[in-house]
Design a protein. Structure first.
Length: 165
C-alpha cells in the first residue's frame, strides 16, 4: 500500500499490485504464479521469497528444500522472461529468527547469485535494512518491517526501479 501511495505522487499511471501472501514459500508462490501474476500481464514483476522457505527447511538444515527454493525462484523468472515481463529480485531483509550467516548464505547470496546467472537485477533489501537500530525499522517480532521500515523499503524500491528504468 505504501509503495502504491508513493507511486501516486511520483507517477500516478503506475499501478502497483501485490500478489504476495504472507507465510507462503516460493513453491506455493510458483504454484499460483501463472494465475496471480502472468495472466495479469504486468510490465514488471518484483519477486521476493526466502524467509519462509528457510523456516520450512529447518533453518537451512535441509538442503533439498533450499534447492527447491532456488528452483522455484528460477521457475518464476523463466515464466516472466517467456512472457516478456521485466523481472527484479528482492534478496530479503535482515532476519533475527535465524543466525545471520545462515540467512545470508541460504537466501541473500542465493538470490544474488541467481540474479547474476539469470541476468536479473536484484534490489538489495538485505543491505538497506541493516541501517540503524533494528527497532527503527523492525517490528517487535524481529521479523516483519514496521511502518518506518516499510516506508524505507518502498523508497528504496522506487529508487531502484527508477535507476533501472
Amino acid at each position: 500500500d505504501i509503495l502504491s501511495e508513493m507511486f501516486k505522487i511520483i507517477n500516478n499511471k503506475v499501478l502497483v499490485v501485490n500478489t504476495g501472501i504472507g507465510g507462503q514459500t516460493s513453491r506455493q508462490g510458483l504454484a499460483r504464479f501463472e494465475k496471480d501474476v502472468i495472466l495479469e500481464k504486468p510490465d514488471l514483476c518484483v519477486v521476493g521469497f526466502g524467509g519462509n522457505d528457510l523456516v520450512c527447511a529447518n533453518y537451512g538444515k535441509e538442503p533439498k528444500l533450499m534447492a527447491k527454493f532456488r528452483k522455484s525462484m528460477s521457475g518464476m523468472i523463466k515464466m516472466l522472461k517467456r512472457e516478456g515481463i521485466k523481472q527484479v529480485f528482492v534478496n530479503g531483509s535482515r532476519q533475527y529468527f535465524v543466525e545471520e550467516s545462515i540467512y545470508t548464505r541460504e537466501v541473500t547470496y542465493a538470490i544474488n547469485k541467481m540474479g547474476r546467472n539469470m541476468k536479473v537485477p536484484v534490489i538489495d533489501s538485505h543491505g538497506f535494512t541493516w541501517t540503524g537500530p533494528k527497532e527503527s525499522w523492525l517490528c517487535y517480532d524481529d521479523l516483519h518491517l514496521n511502518n518506518s521500515g516499510q516506508l524505507k523499503f518502498a523508497a528504496e524500491v522506487i529508487k531502484f526501479l527508477v535507476k533501472i528504468g
